[in-house]
Ligand binder design. Structure first.
Ligand code: GTP
Ligand code: MG
Ligand code: ZN
Length: 322
């Protein structure tokens, strides 16, 4: 049987069969699957071998139709990961998505462009189109964020990331966001507390009915989504799905060599290799550095350059950090 991985705990993978074939109540069945042995063939030894959005081939246990055994994972179209520095492994957050919804807030928690630049870098590296969702607009006085925040939102838009200004609380901008994610699989990414789960609840008011026993993941008192969860959202149109991801405090890009960052920051990318010192330029002080020229002429925003320097320092291991 083929199916979609809804969520993955350490050893149990909740799978939604493509065609349950059981009818009625059972049609909404999710099968709790294990994998044989510790690793699946063809899947690297990540913290967890599978993630929400993975497509798998599995066998249902004939005696327990709600249990199964995963035989194989289908090749992935893409994979969004981050580096877990504590455990020194790639943490899988979502697979096979069409769109990354990178969520930020003007306040509460404070606007953190560095966090988002890291997430955008990872999305570009993974080949996943990204948009910015600036949530909690209701907390902006006069409907506008402070000028520095607005400038950054506009700069992201300028370099090709569409920006949605929304409020999960008042519903402002949510229809437009709903239209933007219809008929596609998206993943919500962003630091803990920006309102990822709240956005899903606002987009899908009947969600609690739909996800049944997964409700406790969205417990408001808890504030932290513990693991990625895939949610079907047919109310936004056929084939719409969203993956909610766990709360993160920081984001370390996953195994991107420092010299390659330039290639995955889109307004920097055309300059790769063009500096006088070519690929050995560190883009800090060198004469004939095209990146510095682009910063001076405004092609690269000063603050994106600051993000670049920090990420570069961090990935090059100099301890330069947020
Ligand atoms: N004022 C306001 N508060 C919001 C809005 N959206 C979410 N919140 C609040 O922000 C807090 C965090 O929301 P969550 O949806 O749990 O945030 P999250 O990003 O899912 O957090 P993690 O699961 O920890 O990553 C909650 O207290 C929400 O009520 C909004 O649009 N406006
Ligand atoms: Mg959450
Ligand atoms: Zn340079």
């Amino acid at each position: 049987m083929k199916g979609l991985v809804i969520s993955a705990s350490r050893s149990i993978f909740t799978v939604k069969p493509d065609a349950p074939g059981l009818g009625g109540e059972a049609a909404r069945t999710q099968v709790a699957c294990c994998i044989p042995g510790k690793f699946l063939k063809g899947v690297a030894a990540y913290g967890k071998p599978l993630v929400s959005g993975d497509r798998v081939d599995f066998d249902v246990d004939p005696r327990h139709p709600q249990r199964g055994l995963i035989r194989e994972v289908e090749g992935r179209k893409n994979l969004f990961t981050r580096f877990n520095r504590q455990g020194q492994f790639s943490q899988l957050l979502a697979a096979n998505v069409d769109l990354a919804l990178c969520v930020t807030t003007p306040v509460s928690p404070p606007f953190r462009p560095r966090f988002l630049d890291r997430v955008l870098l990872q999305a570009d590296k993974a080949g996943i189109p990204a948009v910015i969702v600036c949530n909690k607009q209701d907390l902006c006085e006069g409907g506008r964020a402070d000028p520095d925040t607005e400038e950054r939102l506009e700069d992201w838009n300028r370099i090709g990331y569409p920006v949605f200004r929304v409020s999960a609380r008042t519903g402002e901008g949510m229809d437009e966001l709903g239209r933007g994610i219809a008929h596609r699989f998206s993943v919500l990414l962003g630091q803990s507390g920006v309102g990822k789960s709240s956005l899903i609840n606002a987009l899908v008011p009947d969600l609690y009915l739909r996800v049944g026993s997964l409700n406790d993941k969205y417990d408001r008192g808890n504030h932290t989504t513990a693991m990625s969860v895939f949610l079907d959202v047919p109310s936004l149109g056929e084939g719409t799905g969203i993956i909610d991801t766990p709360g993160m405090r920081r984001f370390v890009p996953d195994r991107i060599p420092a010299e390659e960052i330039l290639c995955y920051m889109r307004e920097f990318a055309p300059l790769a290799g063009k500096c006088t010192y070519g690929l050995s330029c560190t883009h800090r002080t060198e004469p004939g550095c095209k990146v510095l020229e682009a910063v001076n002429s405004g092609v690269i925003h000063e603050d994106r350059y600051e993000s670049f320097l920090r990420i570069y320092g961090e990935l090059a291991g100099s301890g330069y950090d947020d």
